[in-house]
Design a protein around this ligand. Structure first.
Ligand code: IVH
Length: 317
């Protein structure tokens, strides 16, 4: 008998399976078990279409065909980052910060994921809207395509109304497989995973986006202050607690020497990662110090992107 309780239970079970597999990379169930639960859910949904909400795990597979993408204005602009290309640039950045806020500082170092910036709106803990960065002020509504990214939770662990930001990307392996298939089919190949990810999220047929195995890392909140945290690192931990996917390779560094060591380590190890990175992002950790530094029209003065030198060896298909 299909009852509402069982339906809600199934949603929770399926959401948990997805979280284990896609967010924390710790699969807890066999495919057959997952499929069986999904079939049970679909059957109930067929009998009770009035129970189905956009957050249902059944909505992950796409199916909607859009006519176009509507524009979305970002209440808090999506800024970009100033670039550093060498240690001198980083030392200048560090100097500007110390001159303004003093020497009691720390930097959160993060991998610079080579994908595309997106923003996710949650209302009372539920996924409501997803958008591209666009020109930073106005982006495009890609809610339906982002819903197909399994690592994006449809419900947060708390009923927060927040706007989180991060990078959607295509893992290297998915990119290689996609291009292999496209080559067999005589279709145009994507130049790199970033273009493939961007092309996938701009599909009007959401089933295509769903088939592309995209992923995401969240790295910011439009306004971290709203979450009652005082540092960026606490903010990222909070995002994890909410069930969002945050990159594990972040590291708090107390000075430039530690930053350089982090950069050297990842310059060396980047090829081992399952996804492309094009640099390292430094963020002044204390939110009050960030506020003191302020932003220019284009980018925050409390953060900088160190860009790796362009890769010499092209990725083998
Ligand atoms: S923070 C206000 N952190 O790099 C700061 N950006 O060149 C907003 N990116 O537009 C960005 N990984 O698309 C930040 N760990 C990371 C990132 C990251 C990749 C991208 C993002 C941004 C661009 C800036």
């Amino acid at each position: 008998m299909a009852d509402k309780k069982r339906y809600e239970e199934l949603i929770n079970i399926l959401d948990q399976y997805s979280y284990d597999y896609y967010v924390i990379d710790n699969p807890t169930v066999e495919d057959a078990e997952y499929d069986q639960k999904m079939q049970e859910l679909l059957k109930i949904e067929e009998a009770h279409p009035e129970w189905v909400t956009p957050e249902s795990p059944s909505k992950r597979v796409g199916g909607e065909v859009l006519e176009g993408f509507t524009k979305v204005a970002h209440d808090t602009p999506m800024l970009s980052l100033a670039n550093a290309f060498n240690r001198d640039d980083l030392a200048d950045f560090d100097r500007r910060i110390r001159d303004k806020v003093g020497d009691d500082i720390a930097y959160m170092c993060e991998l610079k994921i080579d994908g595309l910036a997106v923003s996710l709106q949650y209302e009372n803990g539920k996924y409501k809207q997803g958008a591209t960065r666009g020109d930073g002020t106005v982006g495009e509504d890609i809610t339906a395509n982002l819903r197909t990214i399994r690592s994006i939770p449809m419900k947060l662990q708390k009923d927060f109304s927040i706007e989180v930001r991060g990078e959607a990307f295509m893992p290297k392996r998915s990119f290689q497989k996609l291009n292999e298939i496209r080559e067999e089919e005589g279709q145009m190949l994507f130049a790199n995973p970033r273009n493939a990810a961007a092309g996938s999220l701009r599909q009007l047929d959401t089933k295509i986006a769903a088939s592309r195995n995209l992923d995401i890392f969240l790295y910011a909140v439009a306004d971290f202050g709203e979450m009652g945290v005082t540092t960026h690192s606490e903010g990222l931990d909070m995002l994890e607690t909410l069930g969002l996917k945050v990159n594990k390779e972040r590291r708090l560094c107390n000075n430039l020497e530690e930053v350089y060591a982090y950069i050297d380590e990842w310059t060396e190890k980047r090829a081992e990662l399952a996804y492309d990175i094009d640099g390292i992002v430094l963020k002044l950790n204390d939110l009050e110090q960030q506020r003191q530094m302020g932003t220019t029209v284009k980018s925050p003065r409390w953060s900088i992107a160190y860009k790796f030198p362009a890769e010499e060896v092209p990725t083998k298909l």
